[in-house]
Design a protein around this ligand. Structure first.
Ligand SMILES: [Zn+2]
Length: 319
């Protein structure tokens, strides 16, 4: 099998990545390229049908993975990007804030591993986005990379020397849950005044009196003053969170993705300005703030890269 895909490279190591979203499950097959960026050789998508619950959603992931492996395999492993928190030791879900059904305790890693007959790596979707942009997309070649994805929530991730930084507990990089207003609105995480509570898509839409964030971006681009003010508010809070992050980590690049990419300079400009105004101890004129490059496939690509990382021996330290 495998005739349908491009010829396997010299390394011959491929992985399938599956990104579990609220609306669609996206899948890719990625091949390791020695000395270069991992290469996407195939991609596909199926509806999540989230209302059918964890068992059915897991089976849809398995089905998509099987189809991709049948056409573009063999692969050495699989990665799954998940929209929430999981137990990294046993691969069960602990919290999916935006998917219906009894997810806590669901053994998603084992379900997919059994269904595909492959080792499976689990990664949070925002960290998968970060890993993809850092290895394949707009963050390639950086020393210290900060990624932010703005949408339903505000996700993030950190890469240092080409490796994802997850901290001692596997959860580092939640840039959106930094407090930016001491007594601000309550956040989904339970804290008050997180950047996410002030900058997520529904808050942006509410500020501008529009139904969706996309409408706000379009309105702002067309010069609507209320939409422009709403974008400026969100960009200002994101700028505070990013200024704190820049002071702490000293990144050489910040990649911004998610729905906000549609707003382009309307939002990147104020974020750059906030970082430059608030950060005095890091040379901010040398920090590039750029839009993400990989679009909606980033999470699936990052999940596949996580699987490649898990299957391959660790890279030598140093650069
Ligand atoms: Zn929070």
């Amino acid at each position: 099998m495998g005739e349908a895909g491009p010829p396997r490279g010299a390394a011959g190591v491929r992985a399938v990545g599956l990104d579990l979203g609220g609306t669609n499950i996206k899948g890719v097959v990625v091949e390791d390229v020695p000395g270069g960026a991992p290469m996407v050789v195939a991609s596909a998508s199926v509806p999540t049908d989230a209302a059918r619950g964890p068992d059915a959603v897991g089976e849809r992931m398995v089905g998509l993975g099987r189809d991709l492996v049948a056409a573009h395999g063999p692969v050495d492993g699989a990665g799954i990007g998940v929209p929430g928190l999981f137990d990294r030791d046993v691969g069960t879900i602990t919290l999916f804030p935006n998917l219906p059904g009894p997810w806590p305790g669901h053994p998603l890693r084992d379900q997919v591993a059994k269904g595909l007959g492959l080792p499976v790596a689990v990664i949070n979707d925002a960290r998968a986005f970060t890993l993809a942009e850092g290895r394949v997309g707009a963050g390639r070649g950086t020393h210290t990379l900060v990624c932010v994805t703005l949408g339903t929530g505000v996700g993030g991730g950190i890469m240092i020397d080409g490796r994802l930084h997850l901290g001692a507990w596997g959860v580092a990089g939640e840039l959106g849950h930094q407090t930016v207003v001491a007594d601000g609105p309550v956040c989904g995480c339970g804290n008050h005044g997180c950047a996410e509570a002030l900058a997520r898509a529904d808050v942006l839409a509410g500020l501008a009196g529009r139904a969706t964030a996309e409408e706000v971006y379009r309105g702002a681009a067309a010069g609507d003053p209320r939409c422009r003010a709403a974008v400026a508010s969100v960009a200002g809070y994101l700028g505070i969170a990013l200024a704190n992050t820049v002071t702490l980590l000293g990144p050489d690049r910040i990649v911004i993705g998610g729905g906000i990419a549609a707003a382009g300079e309307l939002v990147l400009g104020p974020i750059r300005a906030a970082v430059r105004t608030r950060v005095t101890l890091v040379p901010t004129d040398q920090i590039a703030v750029v839009p993400a490059a990989l679009g909606a496939s980033a999470g699936a690509i990052g999940a596949a890269v996580a699987a490649l990382d898990a299957a391959l021996p660790p890279a030598p330290s140093g650069r």
